[in-house]
Design a protein around this ligand. Structure first.
Ligand code: C2E
Ligand code: MG
Ligand code: MG
Length: 720
């Protein structure tokens, strides 16, 4: 700006003496001028502006600027900028600030709201006294309307370039409508990053943004052209997968997504690790319209997050009930902690070469009056949702140190530490206090930590490790192989011990299993890095033999002993020998989940009620029918459209073992399910209207009404 122009602008308040130049500028519609007094009241507004707005000077002059102009709410940048009122008060420069002027409308409603872009400078006299603002304005109404319109119709998430929420919503609705007519399926995957907030908080928003971009890239490369990836906002992503209802394939895909997104990221020159949880729902089984399907996928996502994060979960109707149950359990847990109802039990870690106990792992035990024993695997995640984990964790530490003082001093005690506990400031102090209160030597205390501590700001995590090392306690990496599985943090030398997760041990003796190779690899790696290895969850004698042969230093599992109470520890080892003899089934048996649930059994065209007693991937045991001969072909109805073609493999008078024609698949949270379900479309064809099918509702019972030939087998009273 030239000196002359500056001088003219500064001369504005001494109006009405306007220069010709300014007048011309205004007349050409290039700009308008405004000025305020030191109190922020409008002292001047170009005549042209007044005319445009259908106002007279009396309407606006002398009024606070903030009353005449209001913030343009829909301005996409509005969220990032300070309000005009704030700037005026702070006497700061006003640059390209978009405001709305509504005052015009009373007199000429047809003009509607106008949008102006303001620029203005604070004016200060020679002695530094603030005199007010001088500024210009440009009417950008037509451009603004176009911009906001574009923003509203935009289909792209600006940060990642992925489809945005609007586009995904439209796409889902259109797909579901079209597929309904052609009876096709469509899966919806909902993703939420685990501990993204932590990265954002500790490393800053630019790092968070960069991370989201990388997540988008990884997702796109996994999904490829089999579906559409989008970002809903924040750290939520969604994947739409048309013509996809095979839960086996979907589970594998979800697993790949989880694995890939949990690999370390390099953002703004630092390393960060996050995880992701995935919820999956499939149309038409879990919902036929956008709302139902989205709600189902959300619920599955919530369940995955609850489970421990870093996993996927399919929607089941059971989830809805489980959510309520979890809330209730949380309340009871709080009471139990207050009453001191939580106890510890100790499971030995044994040297398989000598059968000698080397240490005990402290495991929490809670016996609820209503539900009986509740596993820490169920209540620890609930406690982790709030500060309850801190109380519980501290209690466990103190109690374990105290109890270990009564054991021979060659025996160590291991205490589990939740990631939430570990990263809280003051954790080192808690550990030191527990040691001091009990008098336990630090070298006898081992802390078991899972890979989930390696998230967010790794430098802060490193500092905690160093602090603990200085204290002299030992550190074990628990459940190795289940989590983020990055070998990078092993190299830091934080750990004295690796515990090979049960999932590698259980079933490792089955033919063709890859797990023995994995166990060998972990053992070799640990040896190279001078760490002790533990095989967790050894139950059968053949598994014990295998892990011993593969070089595991220690074994923890039912084959030696489950966790036992302190008094049992003391009496069992009273003679000081500290030896346990292994005992267990000679061979591993395919995992069976014990259940007691009413299910259906279809034989020829009759539908029976039976009780499911246990379930494995390849078979089940049922009771409730008499006189079913071996070799009978039946169809087991596990509910929600899950039909399993089976053969009776063995039978007693009232109980039958079934062998499945096709194996079930894991549901990602410890249970089994069928790969496919019978489609509600086929049920609809059988005369049951699609609209009558709620999420997951499959009224096969209705189907049986129409099939009334005499039963072949005797239906027993199920006693339910
Ligand atoms: P973990 O630390 O991996 O503990 C081992 C789990 O495996 C224990 O389950 C133990 O009872 C079980 N187990 C041991 N041997 C066998 C076997 O041969 N077969 C089978 N099927 N299971 C075996 P538990 O006591 O239910 O604890 C589950 C998890 O809860 C623990 O897994 C640990 O992550 C957590 N937890 C337990 N106590 C605490 C605690 O004091 N603090 C924290 N933060 N977590 C705890
Ligand atoms: Mg443990
Ligand atoms: Mg473990």
């Amino acid at each position: 700006m030239s000196k002359r122009q500056t001088a003219s602008a500064a001369a504005l308040p001494s109006l009405p003496d306007r220069g010709n130049v300014l007048s011309d500028v205004e007349q050409l519609g290039i700009g308008m001028f405004w000025a305020t007094d030191a109190e922020g009241r409008l002292a001047f507004l170009s005549q042209r502006a007044l005319t445009d707005l259908g106002l007279t000077a009396a309407d606006v002059i002398g009024k606070p600027l903030t009353q005449v102009f209001s913030e343009a709410e829909a301005d996409p940048d509005a969220a990032h900028q300070r309000g005009i009122g704030f700037k005026l008060k702070a006497h700061s420069k006003i640059e390209e600030h978009v405001v709305a002027i509504a005052a015009a409308n009373a007199r000429s409603p047809e003009l509607g709201t106008r949008w102006w872009r303001l620029n203005g400078r604070p004016l200060v006299d020679g002695s530094g006294t603030f005199l007010g603002y001088r500024g210009s304005a440009l009417d950008i109404t037509s451009q603004y309307a176009r911009d906001t319109q574009t923003a509203r119709h935009s289909q792209v998430d600006e940060l990642t370039g992925l489809a945005n929420r609007r586009k995904l919503g439209q796409r889902l609705t259109a797909t579901l409508a079209a597929f309904r007519a052609s009876q096709r399926s469509c899966a919806l995957m909902m993703l939420d990053l685990d501990r993204f907030k932590h990265v954002n908080d500790t490393m800053g928003h630019p790092a968070g943004d960069e991370l989201l971009k990388q997540v988008a890239e990884r997702l796109k490369s996994i999904i490829g052209d089999s579906g559409e990836v989008g970002r809903l906002g924040g750290d939520e992503f969604q994947v739409l997968l048309p013509d996809m209802d095979d839960r086996g394939t979907l589970g594998e895909l979800a697993n790949r997504v989880v694995q890939s997104l949990s690999q370390p990221y390099q953002v703004i020159g630092r390393r960060a690790i996050i995880g992701t949880s995935v919820g999956i729902a499939i149309a038409p089984y879990d919902g036929v319209d956008t709302d139902d399907l989205t709600r189902a996928a959300d619920m599955a996502l919530y369940a995955a997050k609850e489970a421990r994060g870093g996993t996927f979960c399919f929607f089941t109707t059971g989830l809805r009930d489980a959510a309520t149950k979890t809330a209730k359990l949380g309340e009871r847990l709080r009471d139990a902690v207050d009453r001191g109802d939580l106890n510890l039990a100790y499971q030995p870690l044994v040297d398989p070469a000598t059968n000698e106990v080397r240490s005990f792992e402290a495991l929490l035990r809670w016996h609820d009056e209503q539900d009986g024993p509740i596993s820490p695997a169920d209540f620890i995640p609930i406690a982790e949702n709030d500060d309850l984990i801190l109380n519980i964790g501290e209690m466990a530490l103190r109690q374990a140190c105290q109890d270990a003082m009564q054991w021979p001093d060659t025996i160590q005690v291991a205490v589990n530490v939740s990631a939430k506990q570990f990263v809280r400031p003051g954790f080192r102090k808690t550990v030191a206090a527990a040691l001091e209160a009990s008098g336990l030597a630090p070298s006898r205390l081992e802390l078991e930590i899972t890979e989930s501590v390696f998230v967010g700001d790794l430098e802060a995590v490193d500092a905690v490790f160093r602090d603990l090392k200085k204290l002299g306690v030992r550190l074990a990496l628990d459940d190795f192989g289940t989590g983020y599985s990055s070998l990078a943090y092993l190299k830091h030398g934080h750990f004295d011990k690796i515990k090979i997760d049960q999932s590698f041990v259980r079933g490792c003796t089955e033919n063709g299993d890859i797990n023995p190779a994995i166990i060998s690899a972990i053992v070799a790696l640990a040896k190279a890095l001078d760490m002790v290895t533990v095989a967790e969850g050894v139950e059968a004698m053949d598994e014990l033999e295998l892990v011993r042969a593969r070089g595991a230093d220690l074994v923890q599992g039912y084959v030696y002993s489950p966790a036992i109470r302190q008094d049992a520890v003391l009496s069992r080892f009273a003679d000081g020998t500290m030896q346990v003899k292994p005992s267990g089934p000679p061979r591993h048996r395919a995992e069976r989940i014990s259940i007691f649930r009413k299910v259906g059994l279809i034989h020829e065209d009759h539908y029976y009620d039976v009780i499911l007693r246990n379930l494995s991937k390849t078979g089940a045991r049922i009771t409730g029918l008499a006189g079913v001969p071996k070799g009978t072909d039946v169809v087991l109805d596990l509910g929600h459209g899950q039909l399993v073609v089976s053969k009776v493999a063995n039978a007693t008078e009232s109980s039958q073992g079934l062998q499945f024609e096709t194996a079930l698949i894991s549901d990602g949270s410890g249970g089994f399910m069928t790969r496919h379900r019978i489609s509600p479309y086929s049920l609809a064809e059988a005369g049951i209207p699609l609209a009558a099918l709620g999420a997951g509702a499959f009224p096969l019972a209705k189907w049986r009404e129409g099939h009334k030939s005499p039963p072949t087998f005797v239906q027993l009273d199920l006693g339910l």
